[in-house]
Design a protein around this ligand. Structure first.
Ligand code: SOE
Length: 359
């Protein structure tokens, strides 16, 4: 159980704010309150006591950690203010609207010595954590090929609208920034290999929504080069009928391969050439330390999306309790790195050719 005195506050009372509050409560972290776009909206959300304002939350000495779960254009200013107030910060992804902003946030966070994290929660599915250890131990051999997708359908209709669609609120890359960043972050985390170059093609099938012109993409197909010569290909879409929220990958190594899907997260396929392939269930008795640490219930008791937030925050709040940043969760360095990959995707799509990630 976490250190009960650690208090947290959540900024943003939408879908993400609600999941953050739920996960913290399950960990025994005291949720002191929430900040909404107005006090009335925060109250109406009914998640936790509502602050009058963002500034009132920062002045609350019970709060040591602040979760930023607001639209992306607010991240930079709110993270800066929270760090200036001496608060540890968990910020939703993508970290910022531009790599200039994310570079500034990374430098500010590093100088502060505070704990800083970006909410790439999907890394914390137990079998994803387990596979990270398997790959680090050479279990797949040399990584050669990565393929997969992140498909959703909640923006498939012309009448579907959300702040993410508006580039001034969500950023120039929508589907790529909102969900593509999860897939790319996960594959960099799993393999330990950075994306070095991309060939990206952005697609917009719905030019206007609710009679508002749309400037952001509904989908993208991206070819990827990773360190060490590994090749990748990913499809990202928010307009794929019937696909509610499916992140799937296959990683092929020189010895074995692995495949996984977020819509059946409690099984991992391991492919072998010289013996029968395996289907590994999320049973803590069969997992390595990383997989066990992220598991909450025994095998067969299916764990899902909301559990990844609990597992991620367990790692982050352990660092907060220890009084120094940790290494087993995604930090602003990962958030900034993803903004640099997204810069390359924008350049490649704009120029119609390969673009290198400028680190
Ligand atoms: C909407 O696409 C969304 O809520 C993303 O913003 C999250 O990051 C993803 O995990 C689920 O879908």
């Amino acid at each position: 159980m976490m250190n009960a005195v650690t208090g947290a506050a959540i900024v943003g009372t939408g879908f993400m704010g609600r999941v953050h509050v739920d996960a913290l409560r399950r960990l025994g972290v005291n949720v002191a309150g929430v900040v909404g776009s107005s006090r009335e909206r925060a109250e109406a959300a009914g998640l936790a006591p509502a602050y009058d304002s963002f500034e009132a939350m920062l002045a609350d000495t019970r709060v040591q950690a602040v979760h930023i779960a607001t639209p992306n254009h607010l991240h930079h200013a709110q993270v800066k203010a929270a760090i200036a107030a001496g608060k540890h910060v968990v910020c939703e992804k993508p970290l910022a609207m531009s790599s200039e902003e994310s570079a500034d946030l990374l430098e500010t966070a590093r100088r502060s010595g505070l704990v800083h994290a970006v909410n790439h929660n999907l890394r914390f599915y137990p079998l994803v954590q387990h596979l990270h250890g398997v790959i680090a131990d050479g279990g797949l051999g040399d990584i050669r090929l990565l393929s997969g997708h992140y498909l959703q359908d909640w923006l498939m209709r012309e009448t579907d609208w959300n702040w993410r669609v508006d580039r001034s609120l969500g950023g120039a890359l929508r589907a790529v920034g909102d969900i593509g960043s999860h897939w790319m972050d996960m594959t960099q985390f799993l393999t330990g290999l950075k994306i070095t170059a991309v060939m990206a093609d952005l697609a917009r099938f719905i030019e206007s929504r609710d009679s508002r012109d749309v400037e952001t993409e509904d989908a993208a197909t991206i070819l990827l080069h990773y360190e060490g010569g590994a090749r990748g290909a990913v499809v990202v879409s928010q307009v794929s009928p019937g696909r509610k929220n499916q992140l799937a990958f296959e990683i092929d190594g020189s010895k074995s391969s692995a495949a996984w899907s977020s819509e059946s997260p409690d099984e991992l396929w391991i492919g072998h050439g010289d013996r029968p392939s395996q289907l590994l269930p999320r049973d803590p008795n069969l997992l390595n330390d990383e997989g066990r640490a992220a598991s909450f219930v025994p095998g067969g008791h299916v764990e899902g999306y909301a559990d990844t937030f609990r597992a991620l925050y367990a790692a982050i709040y352990a660092a907060i309790d220890a009084g120094r940043p940790g290494t087993n969760y995604p930090t602003f360095a990962d958030g900034h790195d993803m903004m640099l990959v997204m810069d390359a995707i924008t350049r490649s799509a704009g120029e119609g050719r390969w673009a290198h990630v400028q680190r």
